[in-house]
Design a protein around this ligand. Structure first.
Ligand code: ZN
Ligand code: ZN
Length: 473
């Protein structure tokens, strides 16, 4: 392959993608894709200019060495040296990678030096450390998103407005706060901000971008949204204002359930920060519906019940997911649908004979019953009952008489088979030690050998408890 006409060396702090784009520009090519085909790298092998994987580098290095007439690996490791630091990657962070894929520039820097600084690709950097102006991802003149095109060195990639001609550039701002300064990588690519501070910052960014959501899910990288630097500056200001740890607006679940269509709120929510798979499940393109989406854990927190208790309700199809999967981990719910299910059970005119039941009720344990099972029975009309508040399942009011009968039948059914030792002890209302003594003394029988736990023979438990009830009566 023929060598390129102009073969510059990478410069200090230049990103790999930035170097390739400059190489394209000086050789009259419009972008990196065109450079790739000109030097013989398959287009499909490299896409995305933020993060470079080992495989992508392998595809690039051979052809690039050929057209440069020297070992390109030196250039690649030189440009990637800073931008592949460990702090940029973490699996437990809300954004696994801090490197962004979209173009960000400091027009002031570009006006004096045609070079793309690798730090502009770090999503937690908001401003140019030299000019203190917010990094641009969108043209201030025509409003188009800046692209990875070689005319970026002169001006806007859409309207070609020169950087030096744009007069509406953001003014240099105030001094950097300690956190903002700590987030700017130094010459070696290191930052002073701790890993913990980065984790908290990422949570704050996500919550700031989606203030009304029921759930927050990990994203691979920080997504593009119009004016990304402004978002980061807002979050940094918010953190700075609170002297304590980073604090973001907590989603208010009570308000959530009541909020309907406030267009002002919707414009402040950034749809880019929602996993693409969730967008499939909204109807009529109504993006505000995203904030009501909850996974199993989110819905259980919203309704005030434990995950296993909610599972009883969803497994019985009494609250249905909005997506069609039966894998619990992947199920998505609309909290408004759940609230609807509860609100169709209004309080009766005469509430005498009803009593409050919660997960802690002793009657549940003494009848080998889970709270979620009573919830199902109420929702299915087996026990007359209702929910005081439309979006709260942590308490339910049930009619005593039917509840007692239902619990008695439930206990009888549970005693058909073996009963785990702790559950049996709870049903009797004594300690596990005491239950073991009851077995020794012949008042209870052990179930046939169970694999994991000691278990009591159900019928013997039923006989013991019934006997006790009779003696009480
Ligand atoms: Zn600058
Ligand atoms: Zn423009």
């Amino acid at each position: 392959m023929a060598k390129l006409g102009v073969r510059p060396y990478p410069e200090c702090s230049e990103s790999l993608s930035g170097y390739l784009l400059r190489l394209s520009e000086v050789n009259g090519l419009i972008n990196i894709q065109e450079l790739q085909s000109a030097i013989g790298v398959e287009k499909s092998k490299i896409n995305g200019w933020g993060h470079w994987s080992g495989a992508q580098i392998n595809y690039l290095s051979g052809p690039l060495s050929d057209v440069l007439g020297r070992d390109a690996n030196r250039h690649i490791s030189f440009t990637l040296g800073n931008s592949m630091k460990r702090w940029q990657f973490s699996d437990r962070r809300m954004f696994k990678e801090l490197v962004v894929d979209f173009m960000r520039v400091c027009p002031g820097c570009l006006a004096s030096n045609k070079r793309l600084d690798w730090r502009w690709c770090i999503g937690t950097v908001a401003r140019c450390p030299i000019h203190r102006t917010p990094l641009l991802d969108t043209c201030p003149d025509c409003g188009s998103q800046l692209r990875w095109d070689s005319n970026i060195f002169r001006g806007c990639t859409t309207c070609s407005k020169q950087w030096s001609e744009i007069d509406s550039l953001p003014a240099s701002g105030t001094k950097f706060s300690k956190l903002e300064a700590d987030l700017i990588p130094d010459e070696n690519g290191d930052i002073r901000a701790t890993s913990d501070a980065l984790d908290k910052l990422c949570v704050a960014i996500l919550k700031f971008a989606r203030p009304y959501d029921c759930i927050y899910q990990v994203l691979q990288r920080i997504p593009y949204s119009l004016g990304h630097s402004d978002l980061i500056l807002h979050v940094l200001k918010e953190i700075d204002n609170s002297s304590r740890a980073p604090r973001a607006p907590e989603p208010d679940f009570e308000i959530n359930a009541r909020v309907t269509d406030d267009p002002h709120l919707i414009t402040r929510e950034m749809v880019e920060y929602v996993r693409p798979s969730r967008k499939k499940w909204i109807r009529n393109g109504d993006l505000s519906a995203l904030r009501y989406q909850a996974d199993h854990l989110g819905l259980s927190e919203y309704l005030g019940v434990s995950k296993p208790d909610l599972l009883k309700v969803t497994e019985a199809d009494l609250i249905q997911p909005i997506n069609s999967t039966s894998i619990v981990r992947d199920q998505l719910f609309d909290v408004r649908e759940a609230v609807k299910v509860l609100s169709v059970m209004p309080a009766p005119a005469d509430t005498s004979g009803y009593r409050l039941l919660t997960v802690k009720d002793k009657a549940l344990r003494s009848h080998l019953c889970k709270y979620g099972e009573v919830l199902c029975a109420v929702l299915q009309g087996e026990i007359p009952g209702y929910f005081d508040k439309g979006c709260d399942m942590s308490t339910v009011r049930v009619r005593e008489e039917e509840l007692s009968l239902w619990l008695a039948r439930k206990f009888e059914r549970e005693c058909d088979g073996p009963v785990a030792l702790p559950a049996a002890s709870a049903a009797i209302g004594c300690s596990i030690e005491k239950t073991k003594k009851l077995v020794k003394s012949g008042h209870l029988a052990l179930a046939r050998w169970q694999r994991y736990v000691d278990a009591i023979d159900g019928p013997s438990l039923y006989a013991l408890v019934s006997e006790r009830h009779r003696s009480h009566d």
